[in-house]
Design a protein around this ligand. Sequence first.
Ligand code: CA
Length: 427
Amino acid sequence: MDPTCDPSRASFLPVAADSHFPLQNLPWGVVAPTDAAPRCAVRLGDHAIDLAALQAAGLLAVDGLPGGVFARPALNDFMALPTVVRRATRARLSELLGEGCGDLRDAANVRDQAILPLEAVTVHLPVRIGDYTDFYSSREHATNVGIMFRGKDNALMPNWLHLPVGYHGRASSVVKSGTPIRRPRGQMLPPDADTPVYGPCRLLDIELEMGFFTAGPPTQLGSTISVDEADDRIFGLVLVNDWSARDIQKWEYQPLGPFNAKNFATSISSWIVPWEALQPFRATPPAQDPEPLPYLRGEKSANFDIALEVGLTTPAQADAFTVCRSNHKYLYWTPQQQLAHHTVTGCNFNPGDLLASGTISGPDKGSYGSFLELTWRGTEPITLPSGEERKFLQDGDTVAITGWCQGDGYRVGFGEVTGEILPALAG
Ligand code: CA
């Protein structure tokens, strides 16, 4: 086991037993202290650890780690470093923050500077995202949507079991957790109408997803990343809510796929859980039949046992109501297969590109990751404890997705990704 994941190790800083962010996690992020510029950090319990301050104090002497790499408003330059340097940095941080090491614990002046209560900082988007791709890798989700749009006999398209279907998304509208989501306006074809109309989306939905960021030096155009090499090229995972306008999507999606229905906002959680921290929670993916082509095979291909939940609050429903529970392990196509397929043509990658999984639905109704499926296209509304019904999202609703890996007596978690729906702007 990677020593940074050793469940018996503890920090000298207090961390609640049910925290998503114990020493075994140490997710990467970007924070700005009051009146100071954003810089790179890791999270431990309810503290952000200022990595620029640690490095400036001489406590992060790692071979190959450039000076000042953390005194930047995004993690990209650190993500570009070779895996061995990134892992050595994580190992040193794990050592520094552990209870047995005095280098930071006993250096009061550095502690005051580098250990920041979360309430004293602003958390930023952690990465300058160059490219964003969204896959469609849950068999259950693809089947449910296929049944609704094409009938049971044609639910999965002929290609689906042979390759991870995806589309190129819009990086500019990826936003951090907590960013309000403005109901989009667009073009739709009302039911039974012959001509389209323009107006506010009426069928606003979520997609419960997870995404990973790429790492390592930029790849050259023409080069590929195999399934087993991909294991070394993934920086870490975040929660993703791929907000979706179903009525806009239904009218526009053929023949080239979603466009306006998906480009108005995609929310991600703020702390990137390291690939290394997830390794104890690897889960064998569902059996793939037919066997994929050789370029999609690899010994290191795996999902993770990450429990996922979607909570909904409304102006009348103050206590979050759990609308579904799913798990990363249900994905048919794994992150490594997604990256291998993406690059098989020679498509080049930069550190900090984001690849999302697609909606993660499980086998039963309570595990469907979208309102489209949960309410079966609005025909089976959800009743909240407040007495309200929901087919899709209404203005003032807030969605919070959370996720965590359950270890023996500890959790490696993702916190949450939230967003409140604001009314559409006047047209
Ligand atoms: Ca999606």
